[in-house]
Design a protein. Structure first.
Length: 173
């Protein structure tokens, strides 16, 4: 038995769950009994697809909460999905976004951290140094078109927006 497997078994005997050890999967994403044999066999983590993870993969917007973001590969919860974590899954941030249907510009971090970084950029003057976006400044460029792939996240957001549009009194059937 490896040192890691012994440490996990000791934690199980003393009632320490995975969520109490940093850098490990949350207890809700995998059962401890599934991890111990996998680690003993030399695998770092037991690949499990749980119903909650399947639901998050169907609508990836739900994986980003106010104070956390869930990795849709392993189920771990973070404040930010770093390149280091994604590298452990052999994917880049671009590949991760494509695989799960995020928009290209979507930051892989919780909303609190997004606001913190945005506020800091404004305070330090970084926001004023960001280049202008010609398509916003010159509406004529929009007419010229251009095609891009529409991510799952955008399709879901558009669908939700259409559902929220109230029917006006003059359009009743």
């Amino acid at each position: 038995m490896t040192e890691t497997a012994r440490r996990i078994e000791t934690d199980v005997m003393h009632g320490v769950g995975l969520e109490e050890r940093p850098g490990r999967m949350a207890a809700e994403s995998v059962r401890m009994a599934d991890v111990v044999p996998a680690v003993a066999n030399g695998a770092a983590r037991a690949p499990r697809t749980l119903p909650s993870l399947i639901a998050l993969r169907a609508d990836p917007r739900l994986a980003i909460a106010e104070d956390s973001i869930r990795c849709l590969i392993c189920g771990q919860t973070f404040r930010q999905l770093t390149n280091t974590h994604l590298r452990a899954h052999d994917v880049s941030a671009v590949e991760y976004k494509q695989r799960f249907g995020y928009n290209r510009g979507r930051p892989l971090m919780c909303r609190v951290l997004q606001r913190l970084y945005a506020d800091r950029a404004v305070k330090t003057g970084l926001a004023s140094q960001i280049r202008s976006r010609p398509i916003l400044v010159e509406p004529n460029l929009r007419r010229l078109g251009g095609s891009r792939t529409i991510a799952l996240e955008e399709l879901l957001t558009r669908r939700d927006a259409r559902r929220r549009v109230p029917v006006s009194a003059g359009e009743s059937s």
